[in-house]
Design a binder for this molecule. Structure first.
Ligand code: CP
Length: 304
């Protein structure tokens, strides 16, 4: 039994295979419509979600399987004090695979130690979000045709943004990738990401506060929301939340083939006037999330 807790657990060949299957699902959805007949997915979400939970559920239904679970810890026995370990041990008797989101870093790893079935990390605190990264990778591959030779701007909350941490980890394995890390001082990328990934792999990166100065060089601009739920102090959030707002004026100097990504939800950081720009990829990204999660469910269940 294999789980997916961190994107780094997947080899480059495994990522390529998942992307190949997701692309085949997009072309031939009916071929996959009964692949998980008789199988059940549990979605155990201790933290709010729209895309991740519903795309996991849609993914399982489109594979012919069934879904059960909870969308809030208030609706589960966690509200009575039950541990993640006990909850997962019990639920793993009822289902074939579990996707879990939790505000505490490491909770999905703990879950994987107590589960009888594969666990998928659907986001743990400010740590990791591997299936969002798979959706990002599928989107980059479909938009750019390659992962190599790309200059990637990561903009916004690089401190708490778990999707940023996972995507840097995943993209650092490809050739001649450069990162431009755009954030206010208070929301800079954690030093462990710099030391354990960027420095360790000798990746070219710069840190800057200025989106305007960075934008002309970028092939991909990955915007992120300031993660209100991870702040200890509301005043700090209010001061930082609108540091970056991407609008038509700001992308005048961008490349004509820039791809604008955002894991969503967005608050103010991308003006709605950008939505109709052909470079906006964030709604394609959410749809890609469903297809790549279908591919991942097939892989972890060992379905050919
Ligand atoms: N991108 C993402 O994780 O969105 P949700 O919080 O809506 O699942």
């Amino acid at each position: 039994m294999k789980s997916l807790i961190d994107i780094q657990e997947l080899s480059t060949a495994e990522i390529d295979k998942l992307i190949e299957i997701a692309n085949d699902i997009i072309l031939n959805p009916s071929k996959y419509s009964e692949k998980c007949k008789g199988k059940k997915l549990a979605t155990l979400f201790y933290e709010p979600s729209t895309r991740t939970r519903l795309s996991f559920e849609a993914a399982m239904y489109e594979l012919g399987g069934n879904v059960l679970g909870f969308a809030s810890s208030d609706n589960s026995s966690a509200s009575k004090g039950e541990s993640v370990a006990d909850t997962v041990r019990v639920v793993s008797d009822y289902v074939d695979i579990i996707a879990i989101r939790h505000p505490k870093e490491g909770a999905p790893l703990v879950a994987s130690m107590h589960s009888l079935v594969p666990i998928i990390n659907a986001g743990d605190g400010g740590h990791n979000h591997p299936t969002q990264t798979l959706a990002d990778l599928l989107t980059i591959k479909r938009e750019k045709g390659t992962f190599d030779n790309l200059t990637i701007g990561m903009c916004g909350d690089l401190k708490f943004g778990r999707t940023v941490h996972s995507l840097i980890g995943a993209m650092s394995r490809y050739q001649n990738v450069k990162f431009v890390l755009i954030s206010p001082e208070e929301l800079k990328i954690p030093s462990y990401i710099k030391q354990e990934i960027l420095d360790e792999k000798n990746i070219d990166y710069v840190e800057t506060r200025s989106l305007e100065e960075a934008i002309p060089d970028l092939d991909i601009l990955y915007m992120t929301r300031v993660q209100r739920e991870r702040f200890f102090n509301e005043d700090d959030y209010l001061r930082l939340k609108d540091t970056y707002i991407l609008n038509e004026k700001k992308i005048i100097k961008a490349k004509s083939d820039l791809s604008i990504l955002h894991p969503l939800p967005r608050v103010n950081e991308i003006a709605v006037e950008i939505d109709n720009d052909p470079r906006a990829c964030y709604f394609k990204q959410t749809l890609n999330g469903k297809y790549i999660r279908m591919a991942l469910i097939l892989k972890l269940l060992g379905v050919e």
